[in-house]
Unconditional design. Structure first.
Length: 365
């Protein structure tokens, strides 16, 4: 198993040409076996996660038709997010050596256990990784409920304009809807006629697994409790799931560099580093954020197994220091503050001025 102690004390200075900046770092990472599979680690994690989900389902049936059952929606949301992390890792081929095995893990943890299309998520997420924070190419900074530049904000009208004006304050409340939005987007993708024309068999498999998820979920709640309590349970579960998942992804890129439509000609190293932010923390932070707090390392090496990201951190940080590039890292609270400040400033032109400098300070954390 690689260890942080084996990392070289003084990596060679990277070349100055942007086209070949990444190659020396990649060689060092490969030399430390940090891209090697961690099959045992993932097997243990997948097993524990499955056992906890099964135990929670059993607990719902045992507690039965009681409002105390609704309290179980909180740990279920927590481990639903853990399930999403494993689906994410499978999509990046971090878990298994073969594409087929990773796809099966992704289908099980996305479609079957969460009711989310793994194909939809992988397509969206891979486009994000290819061009993070690029206004024309990254779907995560496209115009939606939230917008990420003042140029986007200027186009807003009606209710959308009102939302943008106060989007920093509304960000976390809106995340309560993210769990539902992910399932709606997945269903729309699976049912899209164009997708069936291109790959009908794959869509059929995805659709059947999503249908099995919804059937099993409804059967579990319908068997255990009254319809009213079942609805409340589902609402709490999906609201907390969306809040947790969204809170993990929010600090990673918001407020970082955003290449314009013309596109700065950055190589892989700069494209991934300048748009990403790490979140400091210990084992608890790593667990709650699924390793995505090491966002710089994850973007530089998407297929790197999750437990190796923290081991790559000192190597990457020193390499970037030698290259004269920033290694952006902050605490969890400050990462949210920076992201919210960016969103608040995007909406600033839409707010009526109330005095010099008014209306541009970030909401307090």
């Amino acid at each position: 198993m690689p260890s942080a102690a084996t990392a070289p004390a003084a990596p060679p200075r990277p070349p100055t040409g942007p086209g070949d900046e990444f190659a020396p770092l990649l060689r060092q990472v490969k030399g430390q076996d940090l891209l090697a599979r961690r099959t045992g680690w993932y097997a243990a994690g997948l097993t524990v996660n499955a056992l906890v989900l099964a135990a929670l389902a059993l607990a719902v049936l045992v507690v039965g038709d009681s409002w105390w059952t609704v309290a179980l929606a909180a740990p279920l949301a927590l481990f639903s997010t853990r399930t999403a992390f494993f689906g994410h890792d499978a999509g990046h081929a971090q878990i298994a050596a073969t594409r087929r095995t990773n796809r099966l893990i992704g289908l099980a943890h996305g479609n079957l256990l969460l009711g989310m299309s793994s194909a939809w998520w992988n397509d969206k997420h891979n486009r994000h990784h290819a061009n993070p924070n690029h206004l024309d190419k990254d779907p995560d900074v496209g115009e939606g409920v939230m917008v990420w530049t003042q140029a986007q904000a200027a186009k807003r009208a009606g209710l959308a304009r009102l939302l943008t004006r106060h989007q920093a304050w509304l960000f976390f409340p809106l995340l309560l809807l993210e769990g539902f939005a992910l399932k709606v987007a997945s269903a729309r993708m699976v049912l899209s006629p164009s997708g069936w024309e291109r790959n009908g068999r794959a869509r059929l498999v995805e659709g059947l697994l999503i249908a099995a998820h919804f059937s099993g979920y409804a059967l579990l709640l319908g068997t255990a409790m009254s319809p009213g309590k079942a609805v409340v349970f589902a609402l709490v579960h999906h609201a907390l799931f969306g809040l947790h998942l969204g809170s993990v992804f929010a600090p990673n890129h918001k407020g970082m560099e955003m290449p314009d439509a013309a596109g700065t000609r950055w190589g892989h190293l700069r494209r991934q580093v300048l748009t990403s932010r790490n979140v400091r923390g210990g084992p608890v932070t790593d667990w709650l954020m699924g390793g995505l707090n090491y966002q710089i390392e994850h973007h530089l090496f998407p297929s790197m197994p999750r437990p190796h990201l923290r081991l790559a951190r000192p190597l990457v940080r020193q390499y970037l220091r030698e290259a004269g590039l920033p290694y952006t890292e902050t605490g969890l609270v400050d990462s949210y503050r920076q992201a919210l400040r960016h969103m608040h400033e995007v909406g600033a032109p839409l707010r009526k001025p109330v005095g010099a400098g008014a209306g541009v300070s970030p909401p307090r954390s």
